[in-house]
Design a binder for this molecule. Structure first.
Ligand SMILES: *Cc1c(COP(=O)(O)O)cnc(C)c1O
Length: 387
């Protein structure tokens, strides 16, 4: 694992310059923890099951090129993205191996699928016909809808799915489904997950009886792996858990957070009791108050819903966010923290001293999920990746 490897994503400061600028708002990407997560997740899977690393949306904001290259050095050579352009970008940056596009691609762009050796998801039988009609030979995995009702050909149409395997210009290497309630702990959720798995297996059985036995299979994403769903497949499509977050799923796998989010205290202001702070005067000082202005805001991906609810860490202590979060800045009440100075580091996600705010905690407080929080981190955030 050379620490001299050049990282080509412009979003990610080369680990040759691991300090970065760190002058406003930045994310530290801990590649040691990423590798650790890949290892413990692989160990949690049945031996024949490999990780398909989901690196869509810039690897959930973590930097897709850096993340993919790091995982490739760990022996992971199957990746998933959401869009054709994301897949092309990985190829242009030297990512080899298999790259599955999870979303829809306009059949007009079949030549790019073929040229870059990307694997397209077949979203239903009609789409299979359209893509086949492009005349370019395209690699594909068929998606089966087992109850989520997003993408996929219905599990009930096994005969139709079998036909797709015969299409001249589609090279079908896999078949998969997606669970929609694997993160739910309720009995209803567990029953529905079991039903989806059963429907998928029934389809596979139907295909087998027609002599179709070779495609790679995959069902689980992070929540299914973390909750140790018992399925036998060739791949698990893992995104969030690789990044060390889980949402509200209960789990016993030792994943560690990869991303820390930090910003500078840019200014301090003393606010007398009775004065207000910020837009709409949403915060009123009950006592003489010291307000730290922090150089990060909702345009950087901090949910505005954390206004008056969230916290940041400064000098190892929690400071409540005061008033409404602004586009580029937010304010925190640091009255109870000694020696806060302009230029101090505020931690929005991550640890400082003995305190820690996880992405799971922050997203729960914001009424969202860590996937959304991560993927909305803005382009102004400097990404600094290092082992
Ligand atoms: C995004 C996505 C995944 C990864 O989900 P995580 O919960 O982040 O592991 C897997 N499969 C599909 C179809 C997806 O869209």
């Amino acid at each position: 694992m050379s620490n001299k490897t050049a990282l080509t994503n412009p979003d990610v400061v080369s680990i040759n310059a691991p300090q970065g600028r760190r002058d406003r708002a930045w994310a530290e990407i801990n590649l040691t923890n990423l590798v650790h997560n890949a290892r413990v997740l692989k160990m949690a899977l049945p031996p024949a099951c490999d990780i398909m690393a989901v690196v869509k949306a810039n690897a959930y904001g973590h930097g897709d090129i850096t993340v993919s290259k790091t995982l490739a050095r760990e022996g992971i050579n199957v990746f998933a993205v959401a869009t054709l352009d994301e897949g092309v970008n990985l190829r242009k940056n030297g990512i080899r191996g298999e790259i599955l596009i999870l979303g829809y691609t306009d059949p007009k762009r079949a030549d790019e699928l073929s040229r870059y050796g990307l694997i397209q998801t077949i979203t239903d039988a009609q789409y299979a016909g359209e893509l086949n009609g492009s005349g370019r030979t395209v690699k594909a995995h068929i998606k089966v809808d087992t109850g989520m009702h997003r993408l996929g050909e219905s599990y009930e149409n096994t005969a139709m799915i079998a036909q797709i395997f015969g299409y001249a210009h589609l090279s079908i290497g896999g078949i998969y489904t997606h669970l929609c309630a694997a993160d739910g702990a309720g009995e209803g959720d567990r029953d529905f997950t079991a039903l989806q798995i059963q429907r998928f297996n029934n389809s596979l059985g139907g295909l087998k009886s027609k002599g179709i036995t070779s495609p790679k299979t995959h069902i689980l994403s992070s929540s299914g792996v973390l909750s140790r769903c018992d399925v036998k497949c060739d791949y698990a499509r893992i995104g969030l858990a690789l990044y060390g977050a889980s949402g509200t799923v209960r789990y016993d796998i030792d994943i560690k957070p990869v991303l820390s989010l930090k910003a500078r205290v840019s200014h301090l202001s003393r606010v007398a009791a009775g004065e207000s702070v910020g837009y709409n005067r949403a915060f009123t000082a009950k006592r003489d108050t010291l307000i730290a202005v922090i150089a990060i805001g909702y345009a950087d991906g901090i949910p505005r819903s954390l206004s008056g609810r969230g916290e940041v860490l400064i000098r190892g202590r929690r400071a409540p966010i005061a008033g409404l979060i602004c586009m580029d800045q937010l304010m925190a009440d640091v009255t109870d923290i000694a020696n806060v100075k302009s230029g101090d580091v505020a931690t929005l996600i991550g640890s400082d001293g003995g305190e820690c705010i996880t992405a799971d905690e922050m997203s729960l407080k914001a009424g969202t999920i860590p996937n959304e929080l991560f993927s909305r981190l803005g382009s102004r955030i400097e990404r600094i990746a290092a082992y």
